[in-house]
Design a protein around this ligand. Structure first.
Ligand SMILES: [Zn+2]
Ligand SMILES: [Zn+2]
Length: 237
């Protein structure tokens, strides 16, 4: 049975569409026995994201709060096919977990797959990006094999986002395809919640069921232990 120990994708109420404070998320994490969480708020161009100052300052937060390791991070928006992001690299470089994702209105929904693929490939040239966020979103279909192969080459991590199964059409089938490609090419994944409310933190039954169903190798799941994740990201526990 797969069990995650770090939730790599959580939001706080710096966005109006998220409903818990950082402390509430940390308390929820401690309560269910997580070893860590990443605070990955949306970038400014989403419209309801955090301002650049939030990301500049997040690095000053304590790394351990009530026995839970806090990773200051961001969920940056991919803005165009060149892979431009909505937070500057000078701030991203000081964050520990950076997820890049497609969201409306930053990148047009149902864009041609070649444009989405090109954007992913260019995003992966950015050394500050660690994780490709909710890649199975049916509104941003792409050449999954090309993207997964480049993730292997660049050491990027693919996210199997539990929230997607609920809110992003097509995710179940697409994530299955993506996970199978990750298995084929030995690309590491993380299972995350994308929690916008504290009760969601650390709870990833859909992602677990999918990976168990395809006998996904546990050694490729990085967030089953704090140490494993930190070792891969080359940061201190
Ligand atoms: Zn959100
Ligand atoms: Zn998110």
């Amino acid at each position: 049975m797969i069990k995650i120990k770090v939730d790599t994708h959580t939001h706080t109420n710096v966005s109006a569409h998220a409903f818990s404070t950082l402390e509430e998320n940390l308390a929820a994490a401690a309560k269910i026995g997580l070893e860590g969480i990443a605070m990955t708020n949306h970038g400014p161009d989403l419209g309801d994201g955090a301002v650049w100052f939030h990301f500049k300052s997040a690095r000053h937060l304590p790394r351990w709060i009530n026995g839970v390791r806090l990773f200051p991070g961001a969920e940056v928006d991919i803005m165009d096919t060149d892979g431009r992001l909505d937070i500057e690299d000078k701030y991203l470089k000081d964050l520990e977990i950076v997820i890049a994702s497609f969201h409306t209105p930053c990148f047009k929904e149902n864009s041609p797959a070649c444009d989405v693929t090109k954007a992913w490939l260019n995003v992966m040239e950015n050394e500050n990006v660690d994780i490709l966020g909710h890649m199975g979103d049916g509104r941003y279909m792409c050449d999954y094999e090309a993207v997964v192969k480049k993730a292997k080459e660049k050491g990027k991590i693919i996210e199997i986002n539990n929230h997607s199964f609920k809110v992003r059409a097509g995710s179940r089938e697409n994530c299955r395809t993506i996970a199978q490609l990750c298995k084929k090419y030995s690309v590491p994944v993380v299972l995350s919640t994308d929690a916008h409310f504290s009760a969601e933190v650390g709870v990833v039954p859909n992602s677990i069921a999918l990976l168990e169903d395809i006998n996904f190798p546990e050694e490729l799941i990085l967030n089953t232990s704090l140490k494993k994740l930190c070792d891969y990201l080359n940061i201190e526990v």
